[in-house]
Ligand binder design. Structure first.
Ligand code: MF3
Ligand code: CO
Length: 255
């Protein structure tokens, strides 16, 4: 069942999502060669607590950390570790959820560590732009799969593959609510988008094929072919005025 949010509830999701955005923004300067993913996790947790939120992923189905930190061919859900030292040329996905005052926010970015290859940069650019293509389709009257199809067609037209094993989701009082928001599909299918829906739209795009596998730690998702993968995510409210991104950083947010 899709839980529509009142304007007051949307502001509460926005408050949680703003913490997500601020914390992700604050991590950018720390992403450089030599930093460990566990350092980033600790910085994220401290920053969330300072802003009055709680890490949403920690303890979720037993997940042990605040951030998911997915490096290179890692797609999503990778646990931060002391042994994982970022090096020049890596790309690292930072996925973060925050709980505050009864509501959740969720967002992800994939960042370059130092200088990266032109192909890696293109993957980051296309994945972020695919997210915005999806967001633009999040308007009342369209359907969920219009978001999906926008993401898929944008990525595939540029030679990349969408991950089909994991999907975006509704968000609000729960981290994961209905509807599922796949990054693939034909337009015009699925639930109709209505004002008050809040969606976590999150393309996961691979440079090679779209297949993934889960490693022995039962969390880490990697590309089956070892190719690079990128992930961007925003928490977005569907409104009569169009999509409203609730997890955008201060730099991009108005006023
Ligand atoms: N953004 C991801 C999601 O929506 C992160 C979940 S990680 C978990 O599924 F640890 F919480 F499972
Ligand atoms: Co999510």
């Amino acid at each position: 069942m899709i839980m529509l949010k009142t304007p007051v509830e949307i502001e509460k999701v926005a408050a949680a999502a703003r913490i997500v955005a601020d914390v992700l923004e604050s991590l950018r300067e720390h992403v450089r060669p030599g930093v460990t993913t566990s350092d980033l996790d600790r910085l994220a947790e401290e920053a969330i607590l300072r802003e009055g939120g709680k890490p949403a992923f920690k303890g979720y189905h037993g997940y042990p950390a605040t951030l998911c930190t997915s490096v290179n061919e890692q797609v999503v859900h990778c646990i931060p570790r002391r042994e994982t030292v970022l090096k020049e040329g890596d790309i690292v996905g930072l996925d973060l959820g925050v709980y505050r005052n009864g509501y959740y926010g969720d967002a992800a970015v994939t960042l370059a560590v130092g200088r990266i290859s032109a192909e890696a940069q293109r993957l980051l650019d296309v994945t972020e732009r695919a997210l915005y293509e999806g967001i633009q389709a999040a308007v009342p009257g369209k359907r969920v799969s219009d978001i999906s199809a926008a993401v898929q067609s944008f990525a595939e037209a540029r030679g990349f593959s969408v991950v089909t094993d994991f999907v975006g989701h509704g968000i609000g009082r729960e981290l994961h609510e209905d509807p599922q928001v796949p990054n693939f599909g034909t337009p015009g299918q699925g639930p109709r988008l209505k004002p008050g829906m809040v969606l976590a739209i999150e393309p996961m795009i691979n440079a090679g094929k779209g297949e993934t596998k889960v490693l022995g730690d039962r969390w880490t998702v990697v590309t089956a072919d070892g190719s690079l993968s990128a992930h961007f995510e925003h928490t977005v409210a569907v409104t009569d005025q169009g999509p409203r991104i609730l997890s955008e950083g201060r730099g991009k947010r108005q006023a």
